[in-house]
Design a protein around this ligand. Structure first.
Ligand code: NAD
Ligand code: UDP
Length: 319
């Protein structure tokens, strides 16, 4: 297939490009580098099956030649207001990538009779009142809340994707991605793994927001990409959760990072406006992914952290 990936210079888009190229597909990457980096795709630039265009997908997308699939991953993705890369600080760009970007990417798929896959998110469940989250749970999102620019754009994107399937017969897929980590995350984007692993490798105390009792479920990037590729090859049109169902408190997560890195500096608790509004629990119910795709994650947290450390050390100039 000739596959267009929006957000190809980002964390997930670059890993997805690697995997699809390894499977013998051609990849056309699009990115405007708002949160991504040329370094993430530098190793692909000499590959004859990879081409790249700097483009903001909130504006019309033109690709010469036949396209067989469009994977829409372009969007800021970090919720941490302390980072300039977070969607809080890029609110209009985030809504445009989710709304106009999805519309343009769907239009490209429709014009080519191509398959389409949307990168949605566990954030569409908001601060969930049902636990663990099944795809049937409609969510608990405040359109005027702190995370609304991201959550509502992704909810709109899901509805638009389903509209293109139902009314235009575009062959669509929707993956709801839960917290994922690994090499090529931007060390400065403020998400939990980059913040805490960077601090641990520098021998600093880990900043745990609130009392650390809020939970998340962390998936290693290789597992996630495998689930996404299986979904792409399937014929499932309704949303599918992909994430690791092993749930833990953020305090446990931080303690695991300190243990794996042998960081003696401990934990520093930070209580601010953000921690008061943090979603309290998050764990995917992956029954549908298991049954429809035969997928489940294989890398546990400790293995995943060890696989991520060399990248972080290189970026930090350590060893
Ligand atoms: P990322 O910031 O590393 O990648 C996003 C990429 O999209 C960046 O390269 C950025 O420059 C690009 N981009 C943003 N707006 C653009 C635009 N208008 N035009 C062109 N390119 C644009 O983040 P990521 O973690 O790789 O996330 C990728 C996708 O997966 C996002 O859609 C995100 O919402 C979704 N997602 C990620 C996670 C996760 O845990 N990593 C969880 C849920 C959903
Ligand atoms: N978190 C933290 N310290 C940090 C960064 C994040 O305690 O330095 C917490 C954050 O409050 C949240 C969890 O880690 O409860 C996951 O945060 P992330 O930004 O990765 O994404 P979220 O799951 O909140 O969208």
């Amino acid at each position: 297939m000739r596959i267009v990936i929006t957000g190809a210079a980002g964390f997930l888009g670059s890993h997805l490009s690697d995997r699809l190229l390894a499977e013998g597909h051609q990849v056309v990457g699009l990115d405007n580098f708002i949160t991504g980096s040329k370094e993430n795709i530098a190793h692909l630039l000499g590959n004859p099956n990879f081409s790249f265009f700097r483009h903001d997908v909130s504006t019309y997308i033109y690709i010469a030649g036949k396209v067989d699939a469009v994977l829409h991953f372009a969007s800021p993705a970090s919720p941490n207001p302390q980072s300039p890369l977070a969607y809080f600080n890029l609110p209009i760009q985030t809504m445009k990538a989710g709304a106009l970007g999805t519309h343009n990417a769907l239009g490209l798929a429709k014009a080519n009779q191509a398959r389409f896959l949307l990168a949605s998110t566990s954030e569409i469940y908001g601060d969930p009142l049902e636990h663990p989250q099944k795809e049937s749970y409609p969510g608990n999102v405040d359109p005027a809340g702190m995370r609304a620019v991201y959550d509502e754009a992704k909810r709109f994107a899901e509805s638009l994707t389903l509209a293109y399937w139902r009314y235009h017969n575009v062959d669509t897929r929707i993956v709801r991605i839960f917290n994922t980590y690994g090499p090529r995350m931007d060390l400065e984007d403020g998400r939990a793994l980059p913040n805490l692993l960077k601090q641990a490798l520098l021998g600093q105390p880990l900043t745990v927001y609130g009392d650390g009792s809020q939970t998340r479920s962390f998936c290693f990037v290789e597992d996630l990409v495998d689930g996404i590729v299986r979904l792409l090859y399937s014929d499932e049109h309704m949303p599918v959760n992909i994430g690791n169902p092993v749930e833990m408190s953020i305090l446990e997560f931080a303690e695991t990072i300190n243990r794996v890195t042998a960081n003696p500096a401990g934990i520093e608790y930070i209580r601010d406006a953000r921690s008061a509004r943090d979603p309290q629990r998050r764990r995917p119910d992956i029954t549908r992914a298991r049954e429809l795709l035969g997928w489940e994650p294989r890398v546990n947290l400790e293995q995943g952290i060890r696989l991520t450390i060399p990248y972080f050390k290189e970026k930090l100039g350590l060893e």
